[in-house]
Structures are given as C-alpha cells and as structure tokens.
Design a protein around this ligand. Structure first.
Ligand code: 4HQ
Length: 247
C-alpha cells in the first residue's frame, strides 16, 4: 500500500514511521509512505500557507491555493482517496481501519491552525476522519494513528499474522488478560488454568474474561454484538460473579 501524507510539519513523522513494525513493513515493500511539506507549494516570497479567516475570529486558516497545488501534485503519484483528519469527521474505529487497509493507496491531509479553507474540503477531499472527541493542535498525530492501525492489517506486516485476528475489537470484545513467567511474582499468581495445558479450558477461560472486561469497561460493545449460546452462558456466569463481588 502507498500512503502520501501532506503536512506543514514533515519532521514529526520520521521516527514514528521508520521505527519497528512500520519501518520493517516499508523495508519489505509492503508499505511505502511519502511525506510532503505543503509549504513547498507556496509560490509567494514569504511562502505563506495560511491567512486570517473571512468574517473575523481567532487563528489562521490554511489557504486553498497552496494546499490544492500540493494535493494535485501528489495525485500524479497517488490516485487514492484524499482523507482530511478533523474532529468533524466520522470517528475512526477498527471497522474503518479494515476497510481502508483494502485500498491500494491513500492520501492523508493534515490541517493546522483553525483548519483549512472549506473549498479544499468541498473540491478535493473524499473522506473526513476523526480519531476521537478531543481537540489536538494538528492532524499529524491523527494521521500517524490511522497509518499505524491500517498498516498492521496489511498481510505480512505483523510477524505473527495470528496476532492481527485475535486482538481486541477484532471479535468485537476487549482482550482477555495476558501473563508470562514467572508463575508467581511478589505473591501474585498466574491463574492456574493457564498452566494446565488444557487448551479447551484455556479457550473458555479467555472468552469468559474477555466478556467480563467488556461488560465492565465497555458495555456498549456488547450491545452491538450478537452472542453465541456459549457466550450467553459465560456472560450469565460473569454477571452473577460480578454481583457477588459487590457484596
Ligand atoms: N484536529 N481527529 C484541528 C483534531 C483531530 C481529531 C485536526 C485539530 C485538525 C485543524 N483530527 N486540526 N481529534 O483534533 O482528527
């Protein structure tokens, strides 16, 4: 997959995108990321990229001419959807990551200041994504979040492909607790069932604990997910246990 990122702060991306799993994905030609400095497309002598908002108000707005020159240049190399990162976009989730991971290429546009001229959005942006209901200083961190979530879904990017399917959200539940050696640490024991070698018991325990943490932390996730007979039974047990716990 090819991803082009358009930003006024290209220096923010290097370390994040070249490290660890994303670095290896690029070295293995599974992913290629190109970061463009929008300011490089400013034509005037001050290389200005922003101006005061029409109608007044605080802050600055990204000028349409510079951003569009950058977008149109990048479109010569990347024909993919142009996505603008903004709190006004649809909230990013695992389902959105999965659908974007199927694309051949994407263009991510990062805004700053009070945002970008609306005409850029109307004429050149195909999709708008928010990473959550809070306000950041720019779209760079959201772009990195989106790239990271998408990249790990590209076949071959994760060393152990199994880990992409077993993770939180992939089955609509939060992840069960994980343990490693030693089996006793400062008086705290690893649950006995995990040492038993009984794979069926371990599978059941993990499913039950996934249901427990999802019920207590994110009951909204349970509401939108159908439960199998086994899951309904385990959830019933969890609910009784969690009731007892409060007495
Ligand atoms: N911003 N999810 C304002 C965000 C944001 C978010 C990016 C701040 C765009 C102009 N982007 N700029 N939350 O807070 O995506």
């Amino acid at each position: 997959m090819r991803i082009d990122i358009l930003t006024l702060f290209p220096g923010m991306f290097g370390e994040v995108l070249d490290s660890s799993i994303l670095g290896r994905a690029q070295a293995n030609n599974l992913l290629s990321i190109h970061v463009w400095n929008i300011r490089g497309f400013a034509e005037d002598k001050h290389r200005s990229v922003d101006d005061i908002p029409y109608g007044g108000g605080p802050g600055m707005v990204m000028k349409p001419d510079v951003a569009v020159a950058c977008i149109e240049h990048v479109k010569e190399f990347n024909p993919g959807k142009v996505i603008y990162l903004t709190p006004q976009g649809t909230v990013f989730d695992q389902a959105k990551a999965e659908s974007l991971a199927k694309e051949q290429s994407l263009v991510l546009l990062c805004g700053h200041y009070e945002g970008i001229d609306q005409r850029i959005r109307d004429g050149w942006v195909d999709d708008e994504i928010s990473i959550g209901d809070y306000v950041l200083t720019g779209g760079e961190l959201p772009a990195m979040v989106v790239v990271d979530a998408i990249a790990r879904l590209i076949p071959g990017v994760l060393g152990d492909q199994a880990s992409a399917c077993e993770d939180s959200f992939v089955n609509g539940l939060l992840e069960y607790p994980q343990y490693t050696r030693p089996s006793q640490y400062r008086g705290r024991k690893v649950p006995q069932v995990l040492l038993s070698g009984n794979h069926e018991l371990i599978r059941k325990w993990r499913l039950k604990e996934a249901l427990r943490i999802t019920l207590t932390r994110r009951p909204d996730l349970l509401k939108k997910r159908p439960l199998t007979e086994e899951e309904q039974h385990l959830l019933q047990e969890v609910m009784l246990e969690e009731c007892d716990e409060r007495r």
